[in-house]
Write a protein that binds this ligand. Sequence first.
Ligand SMILES: Cc1cc2nc3c(=O)[nH]c(=O)nc-3n(C[C@H](O)[C@H](O)[C@H](O)COP(=O)(O)O)c2cc1C
Length: 213
Amino acid sequence: MKEYISKLRKDYGIRELTEDMADPNPILQFEKWFTEAANMGIVEPNAMTISTAGKDGKVSARIVLLRNFDEKGFVFYTNYNSRKGRQLSENPYACLSFFWCEAERQVRIAGRVEKISTLESMDYFNSRPLSNRIGSWASAQSEVLESREELEKKVEELEKIYANTEPEKPPFWGGFRVVPEEIEFWQGRPSRLHDRLQYTRKAGGWKMVRLNP
Ligand SMILES: Cc1cc2nc3c(=O)[nH]c(=O)nc-3n(C[C@H](O)[C@H](O)[C@H](O)COP(=O)(O)O)c2cc1C
């Protein structure tokens, strides 16, 4: 297995990313790449890794789903009391990364994180299937669970409670917005000589530079 891993090697080269091709606005550039990823049939193109660290500086990362993006930032939903939620309350900075394998592309987004408004979270919560809304109430995300049965029992009880009434958004559940300060687009190229364009927010706009691969 060790040898197998050390010999795994894929050369990239289906596309390139030049300064001329790149939109001067990284949000529009993201939209272009996201649309292409979706059109290629990439499964869950909105799955992204979010890395966070609390005040102890120890980093943790996990996947969440991007649910909205615009000039204001990149939104995902979670339990505010989860490990990531607690870390973000101590240190409101995060880094998002997307890997669209079939497109040989990576996007990295770093910035300050803020909670979105309760109203915006409610709107999204109410659009979710009932079972997911019940799941949000049932799960004390990231806390120790004695058994699978304990969770399933909780869900059954909640299903009875919400047989005739709509669940409201739990106060501990909602969205976070990553407000980008830096966005990097990476396009795989042959011989590991990849294209990397990095945008940094400057007063009133964005500055783009090319980075060494
Ligand atoms: C494809 C995929 C999508 C996920 N989407 C979300 C999500 O949108 N929100 C969320 O809280 N957790 C999501 N999760 C679960 C997280 O990866 C993680 O297990 C959970 O949020 C707890 O993380 P934490 O203990 O670091 O806070 C997803 C996992 C996968 C694999």
